[in-house]
Design a protein around this ligand. Structure first.
Ligand SMILES: [Zn+2]
Length: 483
């Protein structure tokens, strides 16, 4: 079996075949850097990480583009409120996003285009749309996309055009657009835009790009630059982006290029906190920063998320997180046992290897089926139980050949961990403990030089009592915090 993905365009799970295997081009809508991204945003980024990692596990080479929205209504308003320039205001949130990404063990994208750095490409795209007659200048000086000129509009979201019209009218009684559904691809510069440095000259008037246009321009520009292409293999994001954001991205891109914009549209569900969609609007957001400051192991967050399918809403609560933390601990313990066993027994076939082979078959079958991580994780913990039983048998000296195949089992286990990445994080030590350890090492070295081996051994024992193991190497004494 090979990988199948649910394609929002067709509402079906379809076999996945990229345009030019083994390469897969993937575009994901990145964070708007007006604030710290909340955990709901990161549920989307984590499902995209699972997608990327499983594509790589399956032998593909992924070229991942993730944009950073550093100019839009929210960043401009927030920068103005602080009396800052846009880049000055957004810089710390860009840094925070990368810190959070690394903490959550999300594999970095190949490129992170920032909207403010791609304005010439955006201007060029607007010119193309104007030249093609699918965009027009409104009386207010902004440029709008004419939805009536793009027949396939609504194909992704499948919203009835009358619904679109009625919905749009509520929010806008604008006379500057030909049709209330039309959306701005270029917004005329206002005073506040000038104040924060968010206005650019363009042949069709000074202004700034619309958010939807930013994604179209950056994805097309990166595709063109790296591969001379105009079609993405996969475009992913949260389901809240299907309409209007992704619908508008398709309209702009396809109207300009005449080519399909993305072949697979993959959307992840929301994260709920106590049954409510998590967003800043509802005030129940939990930032990744909060979790890090509370000492939560990112492996637990990852495991918790893998236990719910990406197309199902996920409820986040403390009990579920604690359960996941316990699961992470068990995985770490089993890995340690397999490691110790494989060091003593050598590469024999045996029960552990057979259990691991079954695990690999079940996990890949589940993941091939539209990233069925919950079933794969269930198979993983079934393996943990069975492998521990087998290792207990070996430890108790029960049965000839008990505990054989540990090395092969460990290889499979480690390979699956490249997809899930849910082993416990090495424990970080408090700075004062580190200082104490360093002091003890100096004292021990002095004792050894004075041939006072009793004192040296006493210090080693004192360190071990604090969970610090020593390793005397030709290059000096190394130490590490055990488990
Ligand atoms: Zn986007």
């Amino acid at each position: 079996m090979t990988l199948s993905l649910h394609n929002t365009l067709t509402r079906r799970v379809e076999p996945f075949t990229p345009l030019a295997p083994p390469r897969v081009t993937l575009y994901t809508c990145g964070p708007t850097v007006w604030n710290y991204a909340h955990l709901g945003n990161f549920r989307t980024f984590l499902f995209e990480d699972l997608l990327r990692r499983y594509l790589e596990f399956s032998g593909y080479t992924v070229f991942h583009i993730m944009n950073l929205t550093d100019v839009d209504d929210r960043t401009i308003r927030a920068a103005a409120a602080r009396g800052q320039r846009l880049e000055e205001y957004t810089a710390p949130f860009v840094d925070a996003f990368f810190e959070d990404r690394d903490y959550l063990r999300i594999r970095p994208a190949e490129v992170y285009p920032r909207a403010t750095q791609w304005v010439p490409a955006m201007v060029a795209l607007v010119e193309r749309l104007l030249a093609g007659g699918v965009a027009y200048r409104g009386d207010d000086g902004s440029v709008y996309f004419a939805i009536a000129k793009f027949a396939p509009y609504g194909r992704l979201s499948r919203l009835d055009t009358r619904t679109l019209k009625a919905g749009a009218r509520v929010a806008s009684d604008e006379y500057t657009k030909d049709d209330p559904r039309d959306f701005a691809v270029w917004k005329k510069a206002e005073l506040v835009d000038e104040q924060v440095g968010a206005a650019w000259d363009a042949p069709f008037g000074r202004g700034r790009p619309g958010w939807h246009l930013e994604c179209s321009a950056m994805s097309l520009a990166e595709l063109e630059q790296h591969f001379a292409l105009q079609t993405l293999d996969i475009h992913a994001g949260g389901i809240d982006l299907i309409f209007p954001h992704h619908e508008d991205e398709i309209a702009q891109s396809e109207a300009a290029t005449g080519q399909p914009f993305a072949r697979y549209w993959v959307h992840g569900e929301f994260l709920n906190v106590r049954g409510t969609k998590m967003s800043k609007r509802f005030g129940n957001f939990l930032t990744v920063r909060d979790l890090r400051e509370h000492g939560v192991d990112a492996a637990a967050v990852r495991l918790l998320f893998w236990q719910t399918h990406y197309r199902q809403a996920l409820d986040f609560n403390d009990e579920a997180l604690e359960g996941a933390q316990e699961g992470v601990k068990r995985l770490g313990e089993l890995r340690q046992r397999l490691l110790e066993r494989s060091e003593t027994e050598g590469p024999h076939p045996g029960v552990l290897a057979e259990l691991a082979e079954r695990l690999e078959g079940e996990a890949t079958q589940a993941l091939d089926d539209d990233l069925g991580a919950p079933r794969a994780v269930a198979a993983l913990f079934e393996f943990v139980r069975a492998a521990n039983r087998e290792l207990d048998r070996a430890q108790g000296g029960l049965g000839a050949g008990a505990g054989a195949g540990a090395a092969a089992a460990l290889r499979v286990f480690e390979r699956l961990m490249t997809v899930f990445d849910v082993l416990p994080a090495p424990k970080a030590l408090a700075p004062d403990l580190v200082a104490w350890v360093e002091g003890q090492l100096v004292a021990r070295e002095k004792a050894r030089q004075a041939k006072d081996f009793r004192e040296a051994d006493r210090i080693r024992a004192a360190l071990r009592a604090k969970g610090v193991e020593l390793d005397d190497t030709p290059a000096g004494t190394k130490w590490r915090a055990a488990g």
